[in-house]
Design a protein around this ligand. Structure first.
Ligand code: MIG
Length: 801
C-alpha cells in the first residue's frame, strides 16, 4: 500500500569535486565525482561559454540564439592548475574553477581584479513533474554593482533589486513592472568598479533572473529545464559587452530599406480602401512626411492569412500601386493562427503536409484567435518555415506589399487562462523534438524568420521589412520589433523610452513603441511629447486600437499638427545620421540608442539614469514625460554639448534645467560633431537634391564623425557600392580644419555639401580648400555661416581672427 501521497522534493543538488579534466582545442571538459560535467569553451578572448550537465552527457548542441556567423577564435589560451584551482587564461580573462566545488571566478587578465564570482554557483533541482532538472546559477553581487538589459522589461533602466521571468506573453495594456511581457531575451549586462560584463543564458525554457532581490548580495538565474548554458562576455566597456553579445546572437542580415526608417502610420484598422486613401492623402495634403501605411487584420477575408476582403479591398494590387506612386509602402499583418476551414487553401496545405502543431497525444493544437478556431504552423520545423516563406509569393511579388507585420506570435491564444499553448504541445525544434515548454519562447522568432526569408526572396532585389511582436535573442537578425499593446498614459511614455533603450542594449536596436499609446486615447499634449520621443527611435510608428477614437497626427488640432510636422520633418532631415548609426549597428553591433550608463560608465552618476539617452553617437535626447511643463531637469553627460535649438554651449557632468515648451524638447549635440541632414521630403526618395547639409558644431580640439550612404535599398552595398565618409574636425582658437576621408565606391546623386558652422569663435579671414585659396565670397557669412563645397573635398581650412 502506498501511503505517501506528497511528492518528495530532494531540494537543491550540488556538484562534488572534480575527478577528471581534459582539454580539447578550445574546450575544457571537467567531470565531478557525482557525475556533473562542465564544458568551458573559449569562444573569444573575452567570451567564455559555460555548459553544465547533471547526467554526464550533454544535449545535442543546438541554438536558435547563437548565429553561425558569430566570430570565434582567441589569440591566447593557457590552462594551468594548482592544488585548489584549474586556471584558464586568455588575453582578456582569467577563469578559475575550484576543484572541490566546480565554482567559477573570473578576473581581468590585465589588472587581475575580480570581475564576477559564483556564490553557490551551479546547482539544480530534479523536476518531478516534467523530468529533467531545474538548472540554477547563483553569483555574488557586489555592493556597487548595477544591472541592465533583458529586452522589453517595462521598468527603469537599472534592474538592481528586481526579479524577472522570461515567458513570451500577450500583455494587452501591460503596465509599469508587468512581467513577463512579449519577449524573452535572457541577456543582461552588469557594471561594477568600472568593469562591465554580460551574461547570455541561452536557454529557451522559462527562465528567471534575480538581481539582488531575494538576497542583497546574490544575483541568480535559473530555467525550468534544459541545460545551464551561459556565455560570460567581458568588456570592460559596456558598449563592447553589447557589441560582443550582438556578434554572438547576430546583427541584422541586411540594412533596412531607407523608407523603413521613415515615419509609419498604423491603426487597427484602416479599411476599406477609401479610408486608407483618405489617411494617406491627408498626410500629403498637410505635408507631414510618411513612408508606410499599415493594414491590420480587417483587410483579410475572415482573418484568413494571405487572403483579402474583396469588399473592402476589391483590387489590392491596384491600391498598393497607387499608394506606392504616392510614396507609401504598404505593410500588412500576418498572424500565426490558420483558420480551420476545409475550403481555405493555406489550411488545406498545412493539414495535408502535416505542418500544424500537435498535442503530446496526437490531436492538433487547436486554439481560438481572431479567425475563430485555428491550427498553428510549427515554425520550429525547417520544412514548415520553407513552406511559410513560399506563401508570401503573391502578396509580395505580385501585389507589391513591401513589409509584413507578425503579431500574436508569443503564441497568443484567446479564452484560455495561460493565454498560449498548453505545455504538452510538441515541436520539431529543428530536429530536436521537444514540448512547448522549450519551444514557447522561440516560436515568435521562428515565425518572423520564416516570414523574413519569404520577403527576402520575393522582394528581391529590394530589401525586406519585417516587424514582430514576440522575440527571443537573435530575432534582430531577421526583423524589427515593437513593444506591443501599451496605453495612452504619461507613465507609458516613460516606459516606451526605457524599453527602447533596454532593447538597444539587448542587441535589438530596430525597435519602437506604439506612438501615442495603443489602448485608450491620448490628449494632444501627450501625443506631441510621444512623437518627440518616437522620432528618435529606430522604428517610428503611430499605432492605436482605434476603439477610443482616431490617432492620426491631425486629429488633435492645428497646434499639435504643426509640432508633429516639425518633429517628423526633423526625423527626415536626420535620416542620413540614423542610416549611418544603423550601418554601425549592423557592422559592429553598436547600439543605436545608448543609455547614459552605456555612453559613460565611468561616471557613476549615469548608473541610475533612465530618461536621457544618446541617439547614434552624438545627439543627446531627453523626452518630456510630464504634462504642463515648460522644461525639465536632466543629466547632461560629461563633455561639452550644444543646445540644438539655441546653439548655447553647456558643460556636462551635472543636472540642469532645460527649457522645452510644447514645440520643443531637450536635444543636445556633442561639440565637434558633424551632423548630416537631408532636405525635408514627404517620403524617402521623393526628391533629388544637389547638396546635403553638414551641421558642424565648433570645438576647440578634435572630434570625428561618420556618414554612411548607399542606394538606400537593394544589396549592391554588400559588393562595395557604399560610401563611408569620415570627417575629422580640428578646432583651434582662430582656425578650423575639416578633413574628409572616403571609402567605398558609391556615388550619391548630390554633388555638394552645404557646411553650416555653429558657434565659430572667430571671424573668417581666409579659406583653403584642398590647399588652394578660395575667395571669401563663396562663403555665406552673417547669422548662419556656411559654405557650399564639392562633396569630394579632402580638406577645408578656415583661418580667422
Ligand atoms: O488581439 O491585430 O499588438 O498591434 O493592432 C489583438 C490587432 C491583436 C494585437 C497587436 C496590435 C494589433 C491587434 N493585435
Amino acid at each position: 500500500m502506498i501511503v505517501n501521497t506528497e511528492l518528495e522534493q530532494k531540494g537543491n543538488l550540488f556538484p562534488s569535486e572534480i575527478i577528471n579534466y581534459r582539454k580539447d582545442v578550445d574546450t575544457l571538459h571537467f567531470s565531478t565525482k557525482n557525475g556533473v560535467a562542465l564544458q568551458i569553451t573559449v569562444v573569444r578572448d573575452s567570451v567564455i561559454r559555460f555548459r553544465y550537465s547533471t547526467t554526464g552527457k550533454f544535449e545535442n548542441d543546438f541554438s536558435y540564439g547563437v548565429t553561425i556567423h558569430a566570430s570565434r577564435g582567441y589569440s591566447f589560451l593557457d590552462v594551468t592548475e594548482n592544488e585548489t584551482y584549474y586556471i584558464i587564461t586568455t588575453s582578456k580573462l582569467i577563469c578559475k574553477v575550484e576543484k572541490l566545488s566546480l565554482q567559477v571566478s573570473l578576473f581581468d587578465a590585465i589588472d587581475l581584479k575580480l570581475i564576477n564570482q559564483d556564490e553557490i554557483g551551479f546547482h539544480w533541482e530534479e523536476c518531478y513533474e516534467h523530468g529533467g532538472d531545474i538548472v540554477k546559477m547563483s553569483k555574488t553581487c557586489q555592493k556597487s554593482e548595477s544591472f541592465y538589459g533583458l529586452g522589453d522589461k517595462p521598468v527603469d533602466v537599472n534592474l538592481k533589486g528586481k526579479r524577472f521571468e522570461n515567458w513570451a506573453t500577450d500583455s494587452y495594456a501591460f503596465g509599469k513592472d508587468t512581467d513577463p511581457i512579449y519577449k524573452a531575451i535572457p541577456f543582461y549586462t552588469a557594471i561594477q568598479d568600472n568593469k562591465s560584463y554580460g551574461i547570455f543564458f541561452d536557454n529557451t525554457f522559462k527562465t528567471s533572473f534575480d538581481f539582488a532581490h531575494e538576497r542583497r548580495n546574490v544575483t541568480s538565474f535559473w530555467a525550468q529545464g534544459g541545460e545551464m548554458n551561459y556565455y560570460f562576455i567581458y568588456g570592460p566597456q559596456m558598449e563592447d559587452v553589447v557589441k560582443n553579445y550582438t556578434d554572438l546572437t547576430g546583427k541584422p542580415h541586411a540594412l533596412p530599406p531607407l523608407w523603413a526608417l521613415g515615419f509609419h502610420q498604423c491603426k487597427w484598422s484602416y479599411y476599406p480602401e477609401a479610408n486608407v486613401k483618405e489617411v494617406t492623402n491627408t498626410f500629403r495634403d498637410l505635408k507631414i512626411p510618411c513612408d508606410a501605411i499599415y493594414l491590420d487584420i480587417d483587410y483579410m477575408d475572415g482573418f484568413r492569412c494571405f487572403t483579402w476582403d474583396k469588399e473592402y479591398f476589391p483590387d489590392p494590387k491596384r491600391m498598393v500601386k497607387e499608394l506606392e506612386d504616392d510614396g507609401f509602402k504598404t505593410v500588412v499583418i500576418i498572424d500565426p493562427g490558420i483558420k480551420i476551414d476545409a475550403d481555405y487553401i493555406v489550411f488545406k496545405e498545412g493539414l495535408d503536409k502535416d505542418y500544424f502543431c500537435k498535442r503530446a497525444d496526437g490531436p492538433y493544437m487547436k486554439g481560438k484567435v481572431w479567425p475563430g478556431e485555428c491550427y498553428f504552423p510549427d515554425y520550429t520545423n525547417p520544412e514548415v518555415r520553407e513552406w511559410w516563406s513560399g506563401l508570401f509569393k503573391e502578396l509580395i511579388e505580385d501585389i507589391g506589399v513591401k513589409g509584413v507585420w507578425n503579431d500574436m506570435n508569443e503564441p497568443a491564444v484567446m479564452d484560455v487562462p495561460n493565454k498560449s499553448f498548453p505545455d504538452d504541445v510538441r515541436h520539431d525544434y529543428d530536429g530536436n523534438p521537444c514540448s512547448h515548454r522549450k519551444a514557447h519562447n522561440i516560436y515568435g522568432t521562428q515565425m518572423a524568420r520564416a516570414t523574413y526569408h519569404g520577403l527576402k526572396k520575393y522582394a528581391y532585389p529590394k530589401r525586406p521589412f519585417v516587424i514582430t511582436r514576440s522575440a527571443y535573442s537573435g530575432a534582430q537578425r531577421y526583423t524589427s520589433t515593437w513593444m506591443g499593446d501599451n496605453v495612452a498614459t504619461w507613465e507609458h511614455l516613460a516606459i516606451a523610452n526605457n524599453q527602447a533603450q533596454r532593447m538597444a542594449m539587448s542587441g535589438f536596436s530596430f525597435a519602437g513603441s506604439d506612438i501615442g499609446g495603443f489602448a485608450e486615447q491620448p490628449q494632444g499634449e501627450l501625443f506631441t511629447r510621444w512623437i518627440q520621443l518616437g522620432v528618435f527611435h529606430a522604428f517610428c510608428r503611430v499605432h492605436s486600437s482605434g476603439d477610443h477614437g482616431d490617432q492620426e497626427p491631425w486629429v488633435f488640432g492645428e497646434e499639435v499638427t504643426d509640432i508633429v510636422r516639425k518633429f517628423v520633418e526633423l526625423r527626415y532631415q536626420l535620416l542620413p545620421y540614423l542610416y549611418t548609426a544603423f550601418w554601425k549597428y549592423i557592422n559592429d553591433g553598436t547600439p543605436i540608442l545608448k543609455s547614459l550608463v552605456l555612453y559613460d560608465q565611468e561616471d557613476t552618476a549615469t548608473h541610475y539614469r533612465s530618461d536621457e539617452f544618446v541617439y547614434g553617437e552624438q545627439i543627446l535626447i531627453c523626452p518630456i514625460q510630464e504634462p504642463n511643463t515648460k522644461g525639465r531637469r536632466m543629466y547632461v553627460p560629461k563633455g561639452k554639448w550644444y543646445n540644438f535649438w539655441t546653439d548655447e554651449l553647456v558643460e556636462g557632468g551635472k543636472e540642469m534645467w532645460v527649457d522645452a515648451e510644447l514645440d520643443s524638447m531637450p536635444i543636445f549635440i556633442k561639440e565637434g560633431a558633424v551632423i548630416p541632414k537631408y532636405p525635408v521630403q514627404q517620403y524617402v526618395g521623393e526628391k533629388n537634391f544637389d547638396d546635403i547639409t553638414l551641421d558642424l558644431y565648433y570645438k576647440e580640439g578634435k572630434e570625428s564623425s561618420k556618414l554612411y550612404d548607399d542606394a538606400h535599398d537593394g544589396y549592391d552595398y554588400k559588393k562595395g557600392r557604399f560610401s563611408l565618409r569620415t570627417f575629422k574636425v580640428t578646432g583651434k582658437k582662430e582656425e578650423l580644419i575639416i578633413q574628409q576621408h572616403k571609402r567605398g565606391d558609391f556615388n550619391a546623386d548630390y554633388t555638394k555639401f552645404n557646411i553650416v558652422f555653429h558657434n565659430l569663435p572667430f571671424e573668417i579671414t581666409s579659406i583653403q580648400i584642398d590647399n588652394v585659396d578660395t575667395p571669401l565670397n563663396e562663403v555665406k557669412l552673417g547669422e548662419t555661416q556656411s559654405i557650399l563645397i564639392d562633396k569630394e573635398f579632402t580638406e577645408l581650412h578656415l583661418f580667422g581672427k
